[in-house]
Ligand binder design. Structure first.
Ligand code: BDP
Length: 687
């Protein structure tokens, strides 16, 4: 067990259960006229063979008895009578149904489209992997979100920006001729979750990605992914007309620039007829963009949208934009830039907004643009790769983070309107690379998994998803699933505690972001430092984002703003995000803030110890190879959690000048020791 098979291990089930399933499923009728139907049938054979111990009997027609029927009304006479029931499920939805007809006991995996059949097949296999009863089965599923996309921050040189799982999966040198089988496994894993798009290259884009030879390579990947319902997208560098086209400008209102992008789109669609479109990072962190020519983000997005529109492509335009002048609170900048552009974008532009207003921190309030742009399709951007949550070695299940944001109530229009309801798409910055585990660790696979499941239906419970994942990845035995789910569900809060408790944020080391750096100050930009965000001094700590400070709260709907602005109502988890308070501010626990802060840091460390204990108790129930690696990684996590706690306590104590609360161990080293630590090769920083 090296993790390569992800949640699609199809390990043998308990023999009694396997025999029961085998009887219930009976023979299989699964047409295979198209590549997608073939993929569904192959997956079914692979899954049933692994789970039940014998290959299923595939028939062209069914005799009496039990039959498992896959297909669409067009491809299968067994499915055709259910045409009407499929109508409401749309193009990607599916029906799983146990029923009797013409003397047969049937289990249907049915959809209007081939891809729905594949999705339904994966769902059925999940039910078997988790030991679910099939009697009376009726599942109607349709995706709640249209665009369900992985964003790869992969460079053409094979390096993955903020990647902690090895190098890029895309072997640019051997493409397009060699199609590594791993590309197919990648597509299977994504299709098992319903992910329907992938952006191949980094948002900090190289214009070369749009050059003909790279388009040929992207087209080869698109060919591999197509049967699995996955469209290829590319990050487009806004200045590509200059770099590739030899033009003097990339001004969106210049006719030659417009023509260049139209020609480029035509060229792409010749090679990739179902190309998804472009993802663009513009005028952010040094990237070129329309503002270089005095134009707006809408001008820039519409330029590309017009080029793609004849082919049905979309532009995913990022709202992660902040200006060089940092007089403003950085948390307010995206809203300031974009809210007024509502209605100014072409219909095929989707605005891609990070989950919070700063940058993928362990905890942020939801981004104020959600709910604030009713005339613009919005897309959530989550970061699956854990740049700010301990990289690949820390066991941090992101499901609760995703769920917390998706379920946040924006109160847009003065009524309940969740972030999830505001979405047309969900993107996740991928945590995938050439590592044998794909994600850099066994547990980071769960974050890819949870992302995909929530992209399909953002109202699912992250706990239920964790339970499915644990059962499929380790064992369906409740004695394994329950403790693992317990660890996973507590893990995100543990990390918030040992890194950035009580609403603190952006306290990591500079540049590589490995380890604590609450003392980071100076350098090119104030908002790339830690002191800018925590604002600690002798008297208190926190960023005042109320009317007496940056007033960022006004970007939320009035009810939300009122809650966040009120010291008696703001959730403690976001206290120091919105308020600057004295060290002796009284907390719900009855302790003063200083004591609470130190206590949270220490409790984060203890929570990691608790995860270690749980994991140790699973020795013998989880295969030895994976058990050993997870145990070792938990040991690394404990060491680094202790480091975060000690360095942070040493630093904040140097500012507050307060004694440690009773029972709290002093950091073993002076502050200067932590500040002097050097990491010539921090994780993810090596090329
Ligand atoms: C930041 C990352 C940086 C990305 C940027 C982005 O540190 O590597 O380029 O986000 O999302 O968090 O554009």
């Amino acid at each position: 067990e090296d993790g390569y098979n992800l949640w699609l291990r199809y390990a043998p089930l308990d023999p009694v259960l396997a025999a029961d399933y085998a009887t219930q499923l009976g023979e299989v009728v699964a047409p295979d006229q198209t590549p997608t139907l073939r993929a569904a049938r192959d997956e079914l054979v692979r899954g049933l063979t692994g789970l039940l111990g014998t290959a299923p009997r595939i028939q062209n027609e069914s005799s009496a008895g039990h039959v498992l029927a896959l297909g669409t009304p067009q491809s299968s006479a067994l499915i055709a009578p259910f045409r009407e029931e499929l109508e409401s499920l749309g193009e990607e939805g599916y029906l799983l149904k146990r029923t009797r007809r013409d003397g047969r006991d049937m289990l249907l995996v049915a959809s209007r489209s081939d891809i729905g059949v594949l999705y339904g097949t994966f769902h059925l296999l999940r039910l078997l992997q988790t030991g679910t009863a099939l009697d009376e089965l009726t599942v109607h599923e349709a995706p709640r979100v249209r665009l369900r996309v992985l964003d790869h921050w992969d460079n053409l040189d094979g390096y993955v920006e903020r990647g902690y799982a090895g190098r890029s999966l895309w072997e640019w040198q051997t493409l397009p001729e060699w199609r590594d089988p791993r590309y197919t496994d990648y597509a299977r894993a994504n299709a098992s979750l319903g992910i329907n798009g992938t952006v191949l290259n980094n948002v900090n884009a190289n214009a070369q990605s749009l050059a003909p030879q790279y388009l040929d390579k992207a087209a080869a990947l698109a060919d591999v992914f197509r049967p699995y319902g996955i469209r290829v997208y590319l990050s487009a560098r806004f200045s590509a007309p200059i770099e590739l086209g030899g033009l003097k400008t990339a001004d969106p209102l210049d006719p030659a620039v417009q023509q260049w992008w139209r020609d480029k789109a035509d060229e792409i669609y010749q090679r990739i007829p179902d190309f998804g479109g472009f993802l663009v990072k513009a005028n952010s962190e040094g990237q070129p963009g329309p503002q270089d020519y005095g134009r707006s983000h809408a001008d820039g997005a519409n330029l590309l949208a017009d080029a793609l529109a004849p082919h049905g492509g979309v532009v995913m335009w990022r709202a992660f934009v902040y200006a060089h002048d940092v007089a403003d609170d950085r948390a307010t900048q995206a809203y300031t830039e974009f809210a007024g552009l509502d209605g100014a974008f072409r219909p095929n532009v989707v605005l891609q907004v990070k989950n919070g207003p700063i940058d993928f921190q362990p905890r942020e309030p939801f981004h104020p643009l959600f709910g604030a742009m009713p005339r613009t399709p919005l897309m959530m951007e989550f970061q699956i790769t854990k740049e700010y949550l301990g990289f690949a070695t820390h066991l941090v299940y992101l499901g609760p983070l995703f769920e917390e944001v998706l379920q946040a109530d924006t109160r847009a229009g003065g009524k309940r309107f969740t972030v999830a309801q505001s979405l047309s798409g969900i993107a996740g910055v991928a945590n995938i690379g050439t590592d044998r585990t794909w994600s850099g660790s066994h547990f980071d696979q769960a974050n890819w998994y949870a992302f995909g499941r929530l992209a399909w239906n953002p109202d699912q419970s992250s706990r239920d998803i964790a339970a499915d994942w644990a059962a499929m990845t380790f064992s369906p035995d409740p004695a394994v699933v329950q403790p693992i789910v317990g660890m996973m569900m507590a893990s995100r809060e543990a990390t918030v505690n040992y890194m950035t408790p009580l609403g603190l944020h952006h306290l990591m080391a500079r540049g590589h972001h490995y380890g604590p750096g609450p003392w980071v100050d100076g350098g090119p930009r104030a908002d790339w430092t830690s002191v800018y965000y925590h604002r600690a001094d002798r008297n208190g700590i926190g960023f005042d984002r109320t009317a007496t400070g940056s007033n960022a709260v006004v970007q939320y709907a009035p009810e939300v703003a009122a809650t966040y602005a009120d010291l008696t109502q703001v959730p403690e988890a976001l206290l120091l995000w919105f308020h600057h308070v004295p060290w002796d501010h009284g907390m719900a626990s009855g302790r003063p803030l200083w004591d609470e802060l130190v206590g949270r840091y220490s409790s984060g460390v203890r929570q990691v110890q608790a995860m270690q204990d749980t994991w140790a108790s699973l020795r013998g129930r989880v295969d030895a190879d994976r058990h050993e690696q997870v145990a070792a990684f938990l040991q690394i996590q404990l060491r680094e959690a202790q480091w975060w706690r000690d360095a942070s306590v040493a630093y904040f104590q140097s500012i507050s000048g307060r004694p440690l609360p009773a029972g709290e161990a002093p950091p073993p080293h002076p502050l200067a020791y932590y500040q002097a630590l050097q990491f010539p090769s921090a994780p993810g920083d090596g090329r």
